[in-house]
Design a protein around this ligand. Structure first.
Ligand code: ADP
Length: 383
């Protein structure tokens, strides 16, 4: 498994090796500071996600009018889309204090009780990766969220006693990349649930211009478009690619981030024009060249690229699937016609045929405009 994923799972952060994880949506420890500089501080500065922004605006304004903390807020969405940023914005808009922790950091209910009982009235408590909170702590959180009190158990066995403690009214902002893993009772206790979608290239364009202004980088419109198209719909990746291209432009060229410099820099970093990195391309290449386009099982595919199955599944496949290059079917992984073409190969007739028919009911729209897709139905039908 790649170190980034391992570390993300174990604690929350991540590899020092920025070069190797250039298009990972997870944060890299070394870029925390750079990220903080680029974080929008107010809702009005937060780019795109109009629906969630407007809903949050109403929620916060309503609460402020009533002079009471808003309901608890759950934010779901893939890594790097702005959940932490929004949590910080909620606190800033309310003029409230902010405490930050994460599900994996809360191992015992006592840890959580200590955090909860130290909150001041109106504070915002942000719990990242809330679906990973330990079960006893989760149960303590229910009563804190609902009744603003917690029962802290002192002692063990028959002599154990529960001491009720008050918690000041607060707002919980929970973030999750896997909302499906949240328990029902947990989900029910959030009054507001917002889902963050991947960003359109045009939205990342705006984001990149904003970041370039803050960083003092000379970014041309075509340079922004070039980077936006390779950023996998993810602000964190867009900002990271911008910093790498800036380095290249300053060291090897005239310091301007334009198409030519962006293309040259991303060639050095092995990020192709769809935002695929070396491993993504290795997976597609193995699928197409060694297995005739599939279907092939996950573990066989992983062995072919020398990676762990869960790295292939969790790091590569979500984006390859979203880009319409790879389909997961009950019989295994399948390369789409778009994948063949992306590798400069002609798709076999059976895929070309599906493509012709496929813009019909079985097909999904091809978001990348390269004619990928509708294979799944073909391969899931019984022979
Ligand atoms: P998450 O918590 O979902 O993993 P973050 O909130 O840490 O993501 O965002 C990652 C980076 O992307 C931050 O540096 C943040 O500034 C930037 N970012 C995310 N969403 C936006 C947005 N809508 N507008 C501007 N910058 C954004």
């Amino acid at each position: 498994m790649s170190s980034a994923v391992a570390n993300e799972r174990d604690g929350h952060n991540v590899s020092e090796d920025e070069g190797a994880e250039l298009v990972s949506a997870y944060a890299i420890e070394a870029e925390r500071e750079a990220e903080a500089t680029l974080r929008p501080r107010r809702l009005s500065e937060f780019i795109a996600q109009h629906r969630v922004r407007e809903q949050l605006d109403l929620l916060l304004q309503g609460a402020m009018r009533r002079g009471a903390p808003p309901e608890h807020i759950l934010l779901s969405g893939a890594p790097g889309l702005g959940k932490t940023t929004l949590a910080m914005i909620v606190a800033a808009e309310l003029g409230a204090g902010l405490r930050i922790t994460s599900g994996p950091a809360i191992e015992r209910s006592g840890d959580l009780a200590a955090v909860l009982t130290s909150l001041s009235t109106g504070d915002v408590l942000f719990i990242d990766e809330i679906h990973r909170i330990a079960r006893p702590a989760e149960e303590l959180l229910y009563s804190a969220m609902e009744d603003f009190r917690v029962d802290v158990v002192v002692g063990k066995g028959p002599g154990a006693t529960a001491i009720p403690l008050d918690v000041e009214p607060f707002t919980l902002v929970g973030a999750t990349t896997r909302s499906g893993l949240l328990t029902g009772p947990m989900r029910d206790r959030f009054g507001f649930v917002g889902h963050l979608d991947f960003y359109e290239p045009s939205e990342l364009d705006v984001l990149l211009h904003r970041s370039a202004r803050i960083l003092g980088v000379a970014l041309t419109d075509d340079g922004a478009t070039e980077i936006a198209g390779r950023s996998r719909g993810t602000p964190r990746i867009a900002n990271r690619l911008l910093r790498r291209v800036r380095d290249f432009a300053e060291v090897r060229a005239d310091g301007i981030v334009n198409t030519v410099n962006a293309q040259a820099a991303l060639r050095v970093y092995d990020v192709d024009d769809l935002g695929l990195d070396r491993l993504d391309r290795a997976v597609l290449t193995a699928l197409v060249r060694s297995f005739g386009g599939g279907p092939v099982g996950l573990s066989t595919l992983a062995v072919a690229v020398g990676e762990q199955p869960d790295t292939v599944e969790e790091v590569c496949e979500p984006f390859l699937g979203r880009a319409g290059l790879l389909a997961r079917t009950p019989r295994g992984r399948v390369a789409t016609a778009g994948a063949w073409r992306h590798l400069g190969l002609t798709p076999p007739d059976r895929l070309a045929l599906t493509n012709l028919l496929g813009q019909g009911p079985a097909g999904r729209p091809d978001t990348l405009g390269n004619g990928a897709t509708p294979v799944p139905d073909l391969f899931t039908q019984d022979p």
